[in-house]
Design a binder for this molecule. Structure first.
Ligand code: COA
Length: 267
């Protein structure tokens, strides 16, 4: 008969390279927390925990810019709206924030991850020998056969997303400085060109597309585009939930109570 799990087996059950926590010891990726506090930015710690090594200053600058760009998009964003509604329902700030975060899915908040996958297809077809323009055209055709809207392009409100230029400029500068190689940037521009060709109204890359470029250039896996967006948007969700808490409403509905939903009549 086996002796059952040993203490070692139980320790191994939770094996982790992320952190070491023992009495009087806190190390994140091998770095004592005492050395990180006051020395390393929060963005630097995000990189360190996810990647295992500290970022270079250029990498940190790009990651920070992407995180800043997604922080908030007001109560029109469903994640912000539901967090504010939840904050009036007596569930506490943690549940209000979780309510908002739980809404970040394939349709709202997931475009960055999908865009990274699409741009990765463009870069791999280009690497396999296809001219970049051809690679972009064929990937756009494949993706449009599945959906009218390509992830990371176009915007409901903005004709050109105000976050596009600063983010793309930063990536351009990072390419010039040799921080990143520019493959995702070139792929995104090629897709943007395909989407704009022959149209009266361009379909520019939006914040999810720009952050997909940043995360792709920085070597993050596509699911982390969504994870990093959750971190970024959580800041806006928290601020809105907290503001709503301070406004003292109870049971806030999706619209003022004087406006009624359209009644469709008995079936
Ligand atoms: C946000 C979104 C729904 C807006 O779509 P919309 O309201 O149709 O936008 P517009 O009215 O400006 O579209 C104008 C034209 O561009 C096209 N278009 C818009 N976004 C497009 C996209 N992402 N891919 C391909 N074509 C697009 C529209 O189909 C429309 O074409 P038409 O004139 O031939 O009908 C759409 O762009 C979208 O779903 N984008 C992808 C998802 C995404 O990235 N979301 C995150 C936004 S921050």
């Amino acid at each position: 008969m086996s002796d059952g799990p040993t203490v070692r087996d139980v320790s191994d059950w939770w094996s982790t390279a992320v952190s070491r926590i023992e009495p009087d010891v806190i190390e994140l990726r091998g770095r004592p927390i005492q050395e990180l506090i006051g020395q390393t930015s929060f963005v630097g710690v995000i990189w360190l925990l996810l990647r295992g090594q500290p970022p270079t200053p250029g990498q940190e600058r790009l990651l920070e810019a992407a995180l800043v760009s997604g922080a908030d998009h007001g109560p029109h964003a469903p994640s912000i709206a539901v967090a504010r509604i939840a904050a009036t329902c007596g569930v506490g700030l943690n549940n209000a924030v979780a309510t908002g975060v739980n809404l970040l899915g394939d349709v709202h908040g997931g475009a960055g991850e999908q865009c990274m996958e699409m741009l990765a297809e463009v870069t791999s077809r280009a690497r396999a020998g296809s001219a970049l323009g051809h690679a972009a055209t064929s990937v756009v055709e494949d993706w449009r056969a599945r959906s009218k809207y390509l992830p990371g392009f176009g915007h409901r409100f903005h004709s050109v997303d105000p976050r596009r230029e600063p983010l793309m400029n930063l990536v351009e500068a990072a390419v010039a400085e040799g921080v990143v190689d520019g493959a995702y940037l070139r792929a995104a521009k090629a897709v943007e060109h395909v989407l704009t060709e022959g149209r009266r109204k361009p379909v520019p890359i939006n914040v999810d597309g720009c952050t997909a470029v940043v995360y792709g250039e920085l070597g993050f896996a596509p699911p982390l585009a969504r994870g990093l967006f959750v971190l970024s948007r959580s800041v806006g969700i928290l601020a809105h939930a907290w503001e709503e808490t301070g406004q003292g409403r109870r049971n806030k509905g999706p619209m003022p109570p004087t406006i009624l939903p359209t009644y469709l009549g008995p079936v």
